[in-house]
Ligand binder design. Structure first.
Ligand code: SF4
Ligand code: SF4
Length: 401
């Protein structure tokens, strides 16, 4: 990320940090943090049961459930569902980014339209390789940058004015959606015992996607919790730490395809919303992570850690793996991919300062996870030669120089 983008990103983060810090001090927030940490601990300890429970209850509710042990299986299952389309629309989702769905579908000549404003801007920018924050993907672009990107894309002169920019992008997305029959989203939480998908958003785009004929939900097993009440607690805390507000504009709970029983209590499907809902639940290394680095799965995806991280503030999305940014993202990449990816994503960038844990709602001990992963990485031969030279010098002369 270049210097100007890093500066813009830091300024955006500063605003976010101030809003978040105000709410962090509330007693209600502290109680919610305790509650959610216990919910997440419990989920990680019961992943196998939660997966089985979710499958049973989704199917009872009329939602198709597909378990994908890895990205390849997830992509092939999604392709079976979308192969007859020329365009699909999606929301912001790290899990969708993780499996490389957009590139996969574009290679098969299926256009993928981002419906989240920030993600659409990043998609239109040839220089942005990744989102810079899980909730604010375009945090690294200022209004002038965005006006230029949008002007070039749509071949119109657009003033550096947020309203003007939004109007153009919104009109384009709505136009694209009118050709679309399939909406693909992630999920913020999954309530296994209720068979419900919980989605939060501010723009309203996810509501539009969930009203397409087919709604595909791509979600990792780490989003599983027991009940809707637990899920709401998780997404409420995520919202506080991600945006510095107590509630999002929209909180969708989806527990079946659209239906009515208004005529003689006979259940008829296919009303205004999706005719079919399919949950693709992905493991992709998370089961292994639950055994070897379980705290990694405590994460609720708020992005608060990257706002606080001195390294992320200095280098941006070059410290991370796809949408999983900063130290925690690097730790997860070890299990989603392998030690090489983890090393290349910045395993040795982290200063082990622990600031991210202080600002994490569920106290993910990122510095401790990184230390352990480094030990394993060195044993496997993934380390920087300079570090090795320094160790040799210390051993030989008692000092590093
Ligand atoms: S590690 Fe903590 S602060 Fe970072 S995204 Fe996850 S929950 Fe949020
Ligand atoms: S411990 Fe590492 S990942 Fe966490 S804030 Fe410090 S440098 Fe960033």
């Amino acid at each position: 990320m270049n210097k100007s983008k890093l500066k813009t990103m830091r300024e955006s983060f500063h605003i976010l940090e101030e809003r978040r810090n105000n709410l962090m001090e509330y007693e209600a927030t502290k109680k919610l943090m305790d509650r959610v940490k216990k919910i997440r601990e419990n989920s990680i300890s019961n992943l196998d049961n939660l997966i089985k429970t979710a499958k049973t209850n989704f199917e009872t509710n009329g939602i198709d459930f597909i378990f994908a042990e890895d990205s390849k299986k997830a992509l092939s299952e999604i392709y079976k569902l979308v192969k007859d389309e020329t365009v699909v629309a999606k929301s912001k989702s790290n899990t969708i980014f993780e499996i490389g769905l957009t590139t996969f579908l574009e290679d098969k000549e299926i256009e993928v339209v981002e419906t989240d404003m920030g993600d659409r801007i990043v998609q239109l920018d040839p220089e942005s390789r990744a989102p810079s924050h899980p909730i604010g993907p375009a945090s690294h672009l200022n209004v002038e940058d965005i006006a230029q990107i949008v002007s070039e894309k749509f071949i119109v002169e657009i003033e550096p004015d947020p309203h003007a920019i939004i109007k153009v992008i919104k009109t384009d997305i709505i136009n694209e959606l009118s050709h679309c029959k399939i909406g693909i989203t992630g999920a913020n939480s999954i309530a296994a015992e209720d068979g419900s998908i919980i989605l939060v958003h501010n723009e309203g785009n996810i509501s539009l996607l969930s009203m397409q004929d087919l709604h595909i939900v791509v979600v990792g097993i780490d989003k599983l919790v027991r009940t809707i009440e637990d899920a709401i607690s998780v997404v409420k805390l995520e919202t506080i730490f991600a945006t510095g507000t107590t509630v999002p504009a929209y909180m969708n709970v989806i527990s079946s395809p659209s239906k009515t029983a208004d005529i003689e209590q006979v259940l008829i499907e296919d009303m205004y919303g999706a005719k079919k809902v399919v949950v693709i639940m992905i493991d992709n290394g998370r089961s292994e992570a639950s055994k070897k680095c379980r705290e990694c799965l405590l994460c609720i995806g708020c992005g608060s850690c990257v706002v606080s991280c001195p390294v992320y503030n200095a280098v941006g999305y070059d410290f991370g793996y796809r949408g999983y940014l900063g130290g925690r993202g690097i730790a997860l990449s070890r299990f989603i991919e392998n030690e090489k990816t983890c090393f290349e994503g910045g395993l040795f960038f982290c200063t082990l300062c622990g600031l991210c844990t202080l600002d994490c709602p569920v106290e993910v001990p990122t510095n401790e996870m990184i230390e352990k992963l480094r030990e394993d990485s060195v044993k496997s031969g993934f380390f920087h030669k300079k570090h090795y030279d320094i160790v040799k010098k210390i051993k030989k002369t008692g000092q590093p120089f």
